[in-house]
Design a protein around this ligand. Structure first.
Ligand code: C5P
Length: 237
């Protein structure tokens, strides 16, 4: 009783805390996101552990550097066996093209399917004031769509996007493009520091293919029950 479209964010500073969460969620959760905090603390053994548990993994390290460096980093990371990884779209088309090539080559060499590679467009923490200081001649919404289209042109599998952006990206990038959406809150849940939120079912109605949910599950009194409630809510979405 799990749903691969629900990705639970393991935002913990230690591997022990992350393992406790995975154990508690049990068979209600099949897909986990490992971000910078946990990966810098626990490294490859965390990914190995999740694979041993038969879980799918989104390794959320948001790479951005010169194309050669990103490509080589992704070749190394590919060997850990994550199912999904990401880079910043503002690294440019060439960087994304080299990234796609690297993960595909690494997978072919190892004889396993290539992980999905998705792009971060504009961080959802960016507000209009902060965005204005970057001097792009676009609104945030326009820039998100432009970067999503660039990611698609570069051969990327999809993007990370807020619920508010998902519908426009779906329209601009077609039906097969992955849209992974954080900022998801079940009705009545605490918003924490998220401002642009959708309910789990609402995110899918907007065109998302996956939702990333952290604190509404990881900080719940009963983590498994919280995950099960979301799995149930999205069953028909
Ligand atoms: O706890 P919460 O559900 O807000 O966690 C959302 C997760 O998604 C966190 O790991 C956060 O870093 C990540 N994320 C986000 N907004 C983005 C990209 C990633 O909230 N634009």
């Amino acid at each position: 009783m799990s749903d691969d479209r629900l990705i639970v964010a393991l935002d913990f500073p230690t591997m022990d805390q992350a393992i406790a969460c995975v154990e508690e969620c049990g068979d209600a959760v099949s897909h986990y996101k490992v971000g910078m905090e946990l990966f810098y603390a626990a490294g490859a053994p965390m990914i190995t552990y999740l694979k041993e548990q038969g879980k799918h993994i989104f390794l959320d390290l948001k790479l951005q550097d010169i194309p050669n460096t990103v490509a080589h980093a992704l070749m190394v990371l590919s060997d850990l066996g994550a199912d999904m990884m990401n880079v910043h779209a503002v690294g440019g088309k060439k960087m994304m093209e080299e990234a796609v090539k690297a993960v595909r080559e690494a997978a072919a060499k190892a004889g396993r399917p290539a992980p999905k590679l998705i792009a971060v467009t504009i961080l959802t923490s960016m507000d209009d004031e902060q965005f204005g200081r970057l001097n792009y001649n676009n609104t945030i919404a326009e820039q998100v769509i432009a970067l999503a289209k660039l990611a698609k042109e570069a051969g990327m599998d999809g993007v990370v996007a807020s619920p508010r952006e998902a519908a426009g990206i779906r329209e601009a990038c077609g039906p097969d493009f992955l849209i992974v959406t954080p900022g998801v809150r079940p009705a009545g849940a605490s918003l924490d520091d998220q401002s642009r939120v959708a309910t789990p079912a609402g995110a899918f109605q907007n065109g998302s293919t996956h939702i990333v949910v952290g604190r509404p599950i990881t900080k719940a009194e009963d983590r498994k029950a919280a995950a099960e409630a979301i799995v149930k809510e999205i069953a028909n979405a």
